[in-house]
Design a protein. Structure first.
Length: 146
């Protein structure tokens, strides 16, 4: 990877998002919790959720990831309250298609993930970028398991 590729990949917008991640920390008595790790790069995210009527009412995340994973967690954290599992799964699937298959940007409210389009060429970063949505899905599953 050349220096100009790195500069493009870690744009000012990505770095600004990474520096301002909403809902950092943990929840007291969450309904669900999950830890996820991207094996290729070692990034990790833990997520706590509270649910009511199938929607996220409170959310917290601990993010130990590269700037790309942090930027994705920032966009997710800013838009996660009030969302359903189906909406989050759709966003995850759309983000995965955007990165791997040159698919379109995820639907609103997760369309801010478009900032990560330059990461398409760096498959080793895709796992970190997907972590926040995947950990949120796992935390919802933990909260709703019978």
């Amino acid at each position: 990877m050349s220096d100009s590729d790195l500069i493009k990949l870690y744009s000012q917008r990505i770095l600004a998002l990474a520096a301002d991640i909403p809902h950092l920390g943990t929840l007291e008595a969450p309904d669900g919790h999950a830890n996820k790790r991207a094996p290729l790069c070692g990034s990790t995210i833990s997520v706590d959720v509270k649910l009511a009527d199938g929607r996220i009412t409170d959310f917290a995340q601990n993010v130990k990831a590269c700037a790309l994973g942090q930027a994705a967690a920032s966009v997710v954290g800013a838009n996660i309250i009030g969302r359903t599992r189906d909406q989050i799964q759709t966003a995850r699937d759309q983000l995965k298609a955007m990165l791997r298959d040159d698919g379109p940007v995820p639907d609103t409210p997760f369309d801010g993930l478009e900032v990560l389009i330059p990461a398409r060429a760096y498959a080793n970063r895709h796992g970190s970028i997907l972590l926040s949505l995947e950990a949120t899905l796992a935390a919802i599953d933990d909260a709703t398991k019978a």
